[in-house]
Design a protein around this ligand. Structure first.
Ligand code: ADP
Ligand code: MG
Length: 246
């Protein structure tokens, strides 16, 4: 092993893997620019930090489990006029996450609710937050399974590790009493502690009926709506527009 290889191996032992992998290039760069010792030390530190940030963001993107690749950049506000770019951009300082506020997107199918939720989720990840995407149906199944194993509390704690939980399509299908109870346990644990981004086709007036108006429904709705930014989306389905266009 030459000196370069030996040095790279030492960086690896120190878990400075990005520096280890690029050591030859970094040295070449330092020599070409006649860097001072201090500037070179800074270059190594910055390189390692930058690569770690990239890695962490890539990991958070995988963990988020988005069902589709949707970006805010691809959102057409000329089609969807019931929300403005300004309103969406105002969310991207992520004050809503820091304040543990929720976002609720309400509207009929195809108007861009899921697209916006994923797009905002991506931006939050890029800003350093941890996000998890689940459909309400998946989430309820997940909680049901945990509950059967006597691990509901543990599962809720795991879900509460994310800064933002996206719950997509709440209200599309009826839920059993146990499912509603489990969901309540989750919402209760997240309340004023984490942010939820919720999409639903039901406005709040019909939520009682969806939740069968029992004593679990009211507190769930209450906790979601309290501290939340509510966006009522309307307009035509984008899917239909795509079909009829051209
Ligand atoms: P919803 O969740 O409201 O049912 P989606 O967000 O799933 O609707 O949108 C349906 C499809 O149309 C998706 O492929 C989405 O990317 C696209 N779409 C919806 N609205 C817009 C928009 N304003 N600009 C670009 N694509 C859109
Ligand atoms: Mg949707």
């Amino acid at each position: 092993m030459n000196l370069l290889e030996q040095t790279a191996a030492k960086y690896r032992r120190l878990r400075l893997t990005a520096t280890a992998a690029q050591l030859a290039d970094l040295l070449t760069q330092a020599e070409a620019n006649e860097l001072s010792y201090l500037s070179f030390a800074q270059l190594l530190a910055e390189h390692e930090l930058e690569q770690r940030t990239h890695k962490r963001i890539a990991l958070h993107r995988r963990q988020a489990a988005f069902p589709a690749e949707k970006r805010l950049e691809g959102f057409d506000y000329r089609h969807q006029t019931t929300i403005t770019k300004r309103q969406v951009n105002a969310l991207l300082d992520f004050g809503f996450i820091d304040n543990r506020d929720n976002l609720v997107f309400i509207g009929p199918p195809g108007v861009g609710k899921t697209h916006l939720a994923i797009g905002i989720g991506h931006k939050a990840i890029e800003a350093g937050y941890k996000v998890l995407f689940r459909t309400a149906l998946d989430l309820v199944e997940d909680l049901e399974l945990a509950e059967m194993k006597g691990e509901l509390k543990r599962r809720v704690r795991q879900l509460a590790k994310f800064d933002v939980l996206i719950i997509d399509e709440l209200g599309y299908l009826p839920m059993s009493r146990q499912a509603r109870y489990n969901l309540f346990q989750l919402i209760n644990s997240l309340y004023e502690y984490r942010s939820v981004i919720l999409t639903t086709n039901k406005d709040f007036t019909s939520w009682g009926e969806f939740f069968h108006d029992d004593n679990v429904a009211v507190p769930i709705i209450d906790r979601i709506i309290h501290h939340s930014h509510i966006f009522m989306l309307g307009g035509e389905s984008y899917r239909l527009k795509q079909k009829t266009a051209g």
